[in-house]
Ligand binder design. Structure first.
Ligand code: DQA
Length: 140
């Protein structure tokens, strides 16, 4: 399978950013373990702090031979109608993930603009949410 992981703003700081919430592991390490666990799959990775760049990348991979997109849109999850519109427009299914349990946090994080246009949502299991999202695509 061809899987694309897209991480949004501040997720480049994983490992040092609020480790009590997001853990101590950086994303390069998460990615390395995923690629070791799924050697027959191609897992590509893109991270940006910019809403438009995330949309450009969703459009770039969303009409081609990518089987599934795993999107952690970070804080844009709660605000971005533009990312929701993009997910609705592309062909490739998107699974929304969050490392933390957003429903156990501030109320503003309880609303997702993108959930309704995603195939499913996985949240609250730490960085294991990326592996669980890959499993969801493999089982379809
Ligand atoms: C997050 C949760 C968001 O509310 C937050 O803005 C993030 C990370 C998560 O993975 O738990 O940046 O998406």
């Amino acid at each position: 399978m061809n899987i694309t992981i897209i991480n949004g703003p501040n997720l480049n700081l994983l490992g040092t950013r609020e480790p009590g919430i997001y853990g101590h592991e950086d994303f390069e390490s998460v990615l390395k373990h995923l690629r070791q666990s799924y050697p027959n799959d191609t897992i590509t990775y893109f991270q940006s702090n910019h809403e438009g760049d995330i949309i450009d990348h969703l459009q770039k991979v969303g009409f081609g031979d990518c089987d599934g997109i795993i999107l952690n849109a970070g804080a844009y999850t709660h605000t971005s109608l533009a990312i929701a519109d993009c997910i609705a427009a592309i062909n490739t299914p998107v699974v929304e993930v969050h490392i933390s349990n957003v429903h156990a946090r501030e109320e503003i994080r309880h609303r997702s603009m993108i959930s309704k246009v995603c195939k499913g949502v996985i949240l609250g299991f730490g960085t294991d949410v990326y592996r669980l999202a890959i499993e969801s695509f493999r089982k379809q």
